[in-house]
Design a protein around this ligand. Structure first.
Ligand code: C2E
Ligand code: CA
Ligand code: CA
Ligand code: CA
Length: 279
């Protein structure tokens, strides 16, 4: 990232990839940096519901930003910016520590609960990601096996060797790994078989169209079979109806997640939802 002065002596900002001069963007970067320090980030949690039993053993943490004037922002409005500017490490560290600290409280009443945290493509290619994760585990006293890291398929294609190294290190310490948004990328079967993955998440675009087109249904069926053949748990995301859920159950998915059950909820509501809606 570079900061430069224009002829009007105004500070502007651009990065190498986008090369865009945009004062609003510079302001957002400063606000995000301050926002992370000032505890303006929030986590909402969305359960993964075991199929067919209906139990919840994992909740996924999804970050939001309570912006001082713009209200509650969704991750699409600021995570890409964090990735482009290097703020993503601070953001990821905050999410890991906050989610794990929360989990240790919940575990007093549900001792098998795990928490899933999304790891951006850029972080997965940092060799220091494992140390950041181990620090968060030590700081909060959470067990490595109570943490699931969700990695998008794109992270594997950009630098598969380095990503593989980072994943081996994490998995070797007992952290669970999940491949998010699976189906859109081009991970080769041999790469997939070599990586220490515990879970595959079927991308919601395939799940949502499963009853409309034969192709999407075929993709979901293949992903379920592939995951099971490689000894992974298969989770379907973006489940919005009972019909889709029934079709997924016929294919044998291990868990489902989506608005049909509940949208992501604040930490104060998620345990009540779980108690009221699951066995
Ligand atoms: P994702 O990991 O694929 O998360 C699923 C997204 O789909 C979430 O959006 C969730 O609220 C939404 N969703 C859940 N159920 C349904 C449904 O039934 N229908 C539809 N249409 N959507 C559903 P959200 O929270 O806005 O997050 C968007 C993306 O931002 C996430 O996609 C993830 O890639 C990223 N993200 C979120 N939190 C973090 C984080 O802490 N760190 C990083 N690096 N990325 C994050
Ligand atoms: Ca995810
Ligand atoms: Ca996903
Ligand atoms: Ca996604």
């Amino acid at each position: 990232l570079h900061v430069a002065k224009t002829s009007h002596s105004k500070l502007v900002c651009y990065d190498d990839e986008q090369n865009n001069y945009d004062p609003d963007r510079l302001a957002m970067i400063g606000q995000l940096r301050a926002g992370i320090d000032n505890d303006e980030l929030r986590l909402h949690y969305q359960p993964k519901i075991d199929q067919p039993g209906g139990r919840v053993t994992c909740v996924e943490a999804l970050v939001r930003w309570q912006h001082p004037d713009r209200g509650l922002l969704s991750p699409d409005q600021f995570v890409p910016l964090a990735e482009q500017t290097g703020l993503i490490d601070d953001l990821t560290r905050w999410v890991l520590t906050t989610a794990l600290r929360q989990l240790t409280v919940w575990r007093r009443v549900r001792d098998d609960l795990t928490v899933a945290v999304n790891i951006s493509e850029r972080s997965l290619n940092h060799l220091d990601l494992p140390q950041m994760v181990f620090d968060a585990l030590n700081e909060t006293g959470a067990a490595a096996s109570s943490l699931v890291l969700e990695i998008t398929e794109g992270a594997l294609t950009s630098d598969p060797d380095r990503a593989g190294l980072v994943m081996q290190h994490l998995s070797g310490a007992g952290v669970q790994l999940s491949l998010d948004d699976f189906g859109e990328g081009f991970t080769s079967l041999s790469t997939l078989a070599e990586l220490p993955l515990n879970e595959l998440k079927v991308d919601r675009i395939f799940v949502q169209d499963m009853l409309n087109g034969p192709n999407d249904a075929a993709i979901v069926r293949s992903v379920v079979e592939l995951g099971h053949n490689l000894n992974m748990t298969v989770v379907a995301e973006g489940v919005e109806s009972a019909e889709i859920l029934a079709a997924l159950n016929e294919l044998g998915v291990n868990a489902a997640q989506g608005y049909f059950f509940t949208p992501p909820l604040p930490s104060t509501e998620i345990m009540d939802w779980i108690s009221a809606n699951t066995p």
